[in-house]
Design a binder for this molecule. Structure first.
Ligand code: R5P
Length: 295
């Protein structure tokens, strides 16, 4: 087995290679003047099993194209098997038609990966696991819930925190985390307008006064959810409020807004690299999973 990093996940892929003691396939990437990516595999991959690591955060389309081109090229060069590790799988929220005529982009992209020769997809905390698993039958799909792993890591620091999810969809995650941290969890009720994207929220019947609160979500994008939940919690004067998510997709000003509101710390994982945030390294967890399943 060998590893090849996609241009979006070079640092993470190198860490995973180190953890697994696997060699990194020699490769050359560059950007042309018009920003197209040039990709070249510089050693034989014939009959090899290749772990291709590429997250698909902003610019999503560019990262997807790179992933598809790399996967296809590896197969074309004779790789026996390509396992695509996609720490953040973008477009997963476009999994159903809320309005007639909407594109089912999630299914379309999984089908494209399948057509490019990808044998297995491993992703983390995908938006809707059910839609992911039913998106294409002939490709192996694995969704890793990173909360199981990071919960163990956070145990010593967060055992006197109450864990809060911003909506019912977060229940499984906050429950998992609260169990690992040996604490209680609470949920907000959230509604989002499909057309305007406006978020409305109702706080649980609980007093956050003087409590250590860990607000948890799988993903932060516009920050609307985290900001509104934070506002409602901060109004009740908690001792501290921290925010934890797996995929941090927001622009820097969103994190700055949260900090200015009074959120003491923002923690994410490095499924999407971000030097401004405190990031939990997922490389050891991915390596552990690969070791148990494939080696
Ligand atoms: C929603 O179901 C998700 O779990 C997140 O709460 C949501 O996607 C966060 O998005 P935003 O930061 O735009 O509110």
């Amino acid at each position: 087995m060998k590893i090849i990093p996609g241009p979006a996940s070079v640092e993470l892929a190198e860490k995973i290679a180190e953890e697994l003691n696997l060699s990194v396939v020699k490769h050359s990437y560059k950007h042309f003047y018009d920003n197209e990516t040039y990709l070249r595999v510089d050693e034989s991959v014939k009959n090899e099993t290749i772990l291709l690591i590429q997250s698909t955060h902003f610019p999503q389309e560019k990262h997807w194209i790179e992933l598809l081109i790399l996967c296809s090229t590896l197969k074309d060069l004779g790789a026996a098997e390509v396992i695509s590790i996609i720490p953040y799988l973008s477009y997963a929220r476009a999994d159903k038609r809320k309005i007639e005529g909407e594109a089912l982009s999630h299914q379309i992209l999984i089908t494209l990966l399948e057509k490019s020769g990808c044998d297995s997809i491993i992703t983390m905390n995908v938006h809707n696991p059910e839609a992911f698993y039913s998106s294409s039958k002939s490709i192996e799909k694995i969704n890793i819930n990173l909360f199981h792993y990071i919960g163990e890591e956070l145990k010593s620091k967060y055992n006197n925190f109450v864990v809060v999810g911003p909506d019912k969809g977060a229940e499984e995650d906050v429950k998992t985390l609260a169990k690992l941290l040996e604490t209680e969890y609470l949920l907000f009720e959230k509604e989002r307008d499909a057309l305007t994207n406006e978020v409305k929220m109702q706080a649980p019947d609980y007093s956050f006064e003087n409590k250590n609160v860990l607000l948890v979500d799988d993903i932060i994008t516009s920050g609307g959810t985290a900001k509104l939940a934070s506002k409602l919690i901060l109004e009740q004067k908690p001792r501290t409020l921290q925010f934890l998510c797996i995929h941090a997709l927001s622009k820097d000003e969103v994190y700055a807004d949260l900090k200015n509101m009074g959120v003491e710390k923002i923690i994410s994982t490095n499924t999407i690299p971000n030097k401004q945030l405190e990031q939990l390294d997922i490389a050891p967890y991915i390596a552990k999973y690969i070791k148990e399943k494939f080696l």
